[in-house]
Design a protein around this ligand. Structure first.
Ligand SMILES: Nc1nc2c(ncn2[C@@H]2O[C@H](COP(=O)(O)OP(=O)(O)O)[C@@H](O)[C@H]2O)c(=O)[nH]1
Ligand SMILES: [Mg+2]
Length: 354
């Protein structure tokens, strides 16, 4: 790994051995059955014995853009609930990911990354975050442990600060952390929430959503703060999104991944038709990708339609995997001038009923 030395991180910690200890203790994807020890370490000995009553509740998954919230929710649920991309602001609405276990039903609410409000779109996205927080039983605050906290992390902390709900940190991207900075980063993130409750710090778990490390340990911690409750959803349901919405999102995901600069932010996808074909058994799906300017239209379609074809082919593969049947996908492109600044268009594209 290339060594990047920033002024914040340049002070080399003198307890490297200690850091290694933390890493071997927590970054550990083997099943070593010490989840209950970790629970006891954070919540006290009495938390070892989780109640035998069934638990259920909403966990708001919040954080700044691009820390891996959606990847983490998908990994925890074991299904692709939310689309993921290396570009920020991929998630635009609250998305429910349902995890049903014999002892509990955990309702993870994935949210857009907390960021500055520029358009009506950003305003709606931040409202989604605040509503998820207002309706939750506990908060899963996801951060990128490979860096020290930034102003964006402080802004997330501020949004949580007024809430009287348990907070758990997922210190994500642990697979990329430089061990020398691990402890100081952990302490810095802990401090974000520390100020709220005088003597206690929020419990945390180092995770790697992409590698799947420590997810069971994180779940064990979430179970402790989950209230008692019944199964709200059928055990085989893993999201609240309709097939139409999921298909539109899978198309948007490929468009985001294949395009660059400002275009990914200007994209919206609407399903025009979703029908079962009588012959051949394939589903017929027609969708329109909206962009904000004519110049973006050219980029999206590409030379001789190459780009649109590439997006369509990749999206179709994922849609077929999701629906479990073959799909005929037709994509259209339309310009809707400055739609992100137009509340009506935002509500229409995000499927929000006012
Ligand atoms: N190395 C590494 N990358 C991750 C991890 N979790 C997420 N990512 C990547 O970070 C990027 C943003 O992920 P996403 O889930 O869309 O972030 P969100 O904006 O917080 O929902 C994607 O490229 C993911 O593959 C992780 O634990 N380790
Ligand atoms: Mg996301």
């Amino acid at each position: 790994m290339t060594k990047t030395t920033t002024s914040k991180n340049s002070a080399r910690t003198n307890n490297d051995d200690n850091n290694k200890h933390v890493i071997t203790q927590y970054i550990d994807h083997k099943n070593d059955n010490n989840n209950q020890d970790i629970v006891a370490a954070f919540f006290g000995e009495s938390a070892r014995e989780l109640t035998t009553d069934h638990k259920a509740g909403y966990i708001a998954v919040v954080g700044k853009p691009n820390v891996g919230k959606s990847t983490l929710v998908n990994a925890l649920i074991g299904h692709k609930v939310a689309i993921v991309s290396p570009k920020p602001q991929t998630t635009r609405r609250r998305i429910l990911g349902i995890l049903t276990r014999p002892e509990a039903q955990i309702l993870f609410v994935d949210t857009p990354g907390v960021h500055e409000v520029r358009h009506s779109l950003n305003k709606v996205m931040m409202r989604e975050v605040d509503e998820a927080l207002a309706d939750c039983d506990a908060v899963l605050f996801v951060v990128d442990i490979s860096h020290s906290p930034t102003e964006d992390d402080h802004n997330v902390a501020k949004r949580i600060a007024g809430l009287d709900r348990p907070v758990i940190f997922a210190l994500n991207k642990a697979d990329t952390v430089d061990p020398r900075f691990l402890l100081q980063n952990v302490v810095a993130y802990e401090a974000l929430i520390k100020t709220r409750t005088a003597n206690t710090t929020a419990p945390y778990m180092l995770t790697s959503a992409t590698r799947g490390d420590n997810l069971e340990k994180l779940l064990a911690m979430v179970l402790v703060v989950l209230p008692e409750g019944p199964e709200y959803y059928p055990p085989d349901q893993y999201t609240d999104q309709t097939e139409r919405v999921m298909v539109a999102e899978l198309i948007r995901e490929q468009a985001i991944r294949n395009l660059s600069q400002e275009v990914p932010h200007a994209l919206a996808v609407m399903i025009d038709e979703f029908a079962e074909r009588k012959r051949g058994g394939a589903a017929y799906i027609a969708a329109t990708i909206f962009i904000e300017r004519d110049s973006q239209k050219g980029i999206l379609i590409g030379d001789g339609g190459k780009m649109l074809k590439r997006i369509g082919a990749a999206a179709r593969k994922n849609i077929e995997a999701e629906l479990g049947r073959s799909v005929f996908l037709e994509l259209w492109v339309k310009v809707r001038e400055q739609w992100r600044s137009n509340t009506r268009a935002v509500n229409e594209f995000l499927d929000i009923q006012e």
